[in-house]
Design a protein around this ligand. Structure first.
Ligand SMILES: Cc1cc2nc3c(=O)[nH]c(=O)nc-3n(C[C@H](O)[C@H](O)[C@H](O)COP(=O)(O)OP(=O)(O)OC[C@H]3O[C@@H](n4cnc5c(N)ncnc54)[C@H](O)[C@@H]3O)c2cc1C
Length: 178
């Protein structure tokens, strides 16, 4: 598989300090924000259910679903990554890497109340926490109950690693639903 410049070299994902390098053998997939009119991976044959949806193009959720479905049919391993602020081998994969960092939309228009003091906000997993916090403050006057010392990670990365601050009574960043 070639990269965007047409060279035969595979794309490499590096974590933020270069201690981890991932060079997936099958695909380094970057979902597009809008509708994708072609098959998400070169040489991939979309299943009928995806083909029917694909008439108007696949939205990001369906692009990822199609790639994961393809992987399950071919016994390939898939890993999603945010912006690579983890140190250990957490982003390592042999087959398919899905780069989530372009998916940054806050989807909720009007947050609904959730129990007494919370609100539900739906956001795409690639949103950087700093930007997320800024946006929900401006749009909804909401904030997260707690955060870690650092806000450069993605919402998905923070949830997957249970990122946390140091408040005794504060939980780690987590989600209620997907
Ligand atoms: C300077 C610095 C300070 C930090 N401070 C803190 C701190 O105070 N408290 C704390 O708890 N942590 C801290 N961290 C750790 C950091 O919060 C986590 O490593 C976080 O996961 C990084 O997010 P990321 O978007 O870079 O994820 P990545 O490093 O890209 O991925 C982390 C893991 O999550 C998975 N993943 C990422 N996105 C998705 C997705 N959308 N779907 C499924 N899986 C996904 C990846 O496969 C991988 O296993 C710090 C890191 C740095 C570099």
């Amino acid at each position: 598989m070639g990269n965007a410049s047409g060279s035969s070299r595979r794309r490499v994902f590096r974590n933020y300090d270069g201690t981890e390098e991932v060079e997936p053998l099958v695909a380094y997939f970057t979902p597009v924000r809008g509708r994708m009119m072609k098959d998400p991976l070169p040489g991939m044959k979309l299943d009928t259910s995806f083909k029917n949806r694909g008439k108007d193009g696949l939205d990001p959720t369906w692009q990822i679903a199609a790639v994961v479905h393809h992987a399950s049919l071919h016994n390939l391993r898939v890993r999603a990554v945010g912006v690579g602020y983890s140190w250990s081998k957490m982003t390592s994969t042999r087959d398919i890497l899905i780069d989530m960092s372009g998916l940054t939309r806050v989807i909720t228009k009007k947050p609904q109340k959730y129990f007494e003091k919370y609100h539900l906000v739906e956001v795409q997993a690639g949103k950087v926490v700093r930007e997320f916090v800024r946006e929900i403050d401006i749009k909804f006057k909401l904030a997260l109950p707690g955060m870690d010392n650092f806000m450069g990670q993605t919402v998905g990365g923070a949830v997957c690693t249970s990122a946390h601050g140091s408040g005794f009574n504060l939980q780690s960043i987590h989600i209620e639903d997907m």
